[in-house]
Design a protein. Structure first.
Length: 241
């Protein structure tokens, strides 16, 4: 069953305890990179298993204080702010995308409004996560497979956070657009023509300069996942400054 074993944890909704509680019980396991208001909330696991440190990758969840997302981001200019949030039934469909996640066995979240923030995933030790509801089975709060696949489409969380990826030292590579390839070749020829030990690698400089210019020009037309990838490589500005 999806999300119900230690070899397939993906799509489970778990509870991330308050920061003070974790510090009291397991201070060495406090997750890094999380704002204080991320604690004491549910999270969604997006990796099938744990890495060598016992961590899973999670997406943060919020209810916006049990408010509709339009109350949090009401303006048409806030469309980009609203985009990464996926509502879970019985929350109304996303006002812009129409997306709506559903739980297995026709379960409903216990709040009127619940959203998964798909913008960034965070590594968290699995053992500090608690059942979403202490009175329910641990595998009772799981996304339907179709909903999970829609949410994670185009993102291989296991490859990005798994042990084999880190051990082999592989890094994802942005595609090199044709206009940039042409300018890079010009830089290679220029480097050969004036090659000395102190001559900078013009090809690398040209690649970096024109890669950023190229992605800046097309950033407004990129899918959200591609935009975030370009941001992580320094090709575009922070989408949410």
């Amino acid at each position: 069953m999806l999300g119900c074993s230690l070899t397939n944890l993906a799509a489970q909704i778990r509870w991330l305890p308050k920061r003070d509680k974790i510090l009291e019980e397991s201070p060495e396991q406090i997750p890094s990179g999380l704002d204080s208001d991320a604690f004491g909330h549910p999270v969604l696991i997006v990796t099938r298993g744990m890495d060598e440190k016992g961590r899973v990758s999670v997406l943060l969840m919020t209810s916006f204080n049990n408010r509709n997302i339009l109350a949090k981001f009401p303006s048409p200019s806030h469309r980009r702010n609203r985009k990464p949030y996926w509502p879970i039934d019985p929350t109304p469909k996303h006002p812009d995308t129409g997306n709506l996640l559903k739980l297995k066995d026709k379960r409903l979240m216990d709040k009127q409004y619940s959203y998964v923030n798909s913008q960034t995933s965070y590594p968290v030790r699995y053992e500090i996560l608690k059942p979403y509801k202490s009175t329910d089975p641990e595998d009772g709060w799981v996304l339907e497979e179709e909903s999970y696949e829609k949410l994670t489409r185009g993102r291989d969380y296991d490859r990005l956070h798994g042990r084999s990826w880190r051990r082999e030292g592989k890094k994802p590579v942005l595609p090199l657009p044709e206009p940039v390839k042409e300018r890079e070749e010009e830089g290679k020829q220029a480097s050969k023509a004036s090659s000395t030990e102190k001559t900078p690698n013009l090809a690398e400089e040209i690649r970096g300069k024109y890669m950023r210019e190229y992605y800046q020009e097309i950033k407004d037309f990129l899918p959200w996942a591609d935009y975030r990838g370009c941001f992580l490589f320094g090709m575009v500005d922070d989408p949410d400054p």
